[in-house]
Ligand binder design. Structure first.
Ligand code: FES
Length: 121
């Protein structure tokens, strides 16, 4: 059902999946855990599998995408989408990045790396 598999609902399910069993921190350390294959709605972000890694994908209002590494530039925990703040937040030490990958809050000092999406085909 495509209507149920993207956008805020998917983000909600993702958040639930991430926090559901208390395994959130543990999972964030696994570099290739498939979280979702879905691209987000315009104005929203999602972590998607890209090749062997994870990409933090933001879909702009113009429909284009900003695709960044899903690994925090500090010590490589997996970032998560913050819908309220429209930011990528790292659960490990609190670094935050904007949708361009620029640092909003440290300890990270480098932006999220740009990442080309790779669907493995
Ligand atoms: Fe992301 Fe340290 S690994 S803030």
């Amino acid at each position: 059902d495509p209507a149920r598999s993207s956008g805020p609902a998917a983000a909600g399910r993702l958040a639930k999946k991430l926090s559901g069993d208390g395994g959130w921190m543990f999972r964030s350390h696994l570099p290739d855990t498939p979280l979702t294959e879905e691209l987000p709605e315009p104005g929203s972000g999602a972590v998607v599998r890209s090749g062997a890694g994870l990409a933090a994908v933001y879909r702009r209002e113009d429909g284009g995408i900003n695709s960044l590494s899903g690994a925090c530039s500090h010590l490589y925990c997996g970032v998560t989408w913050n819908e309220a703040e429209k930011s990528w937040d790292c659960p490990c030490h609190g670094s935050r990045f904007n949708v361009e990958g620029e640092v909003l809050e440290g300890p990270a000092v480098k932006p999220l790396a740009k990442m080309k999406l790779d669907d493995g085909k």
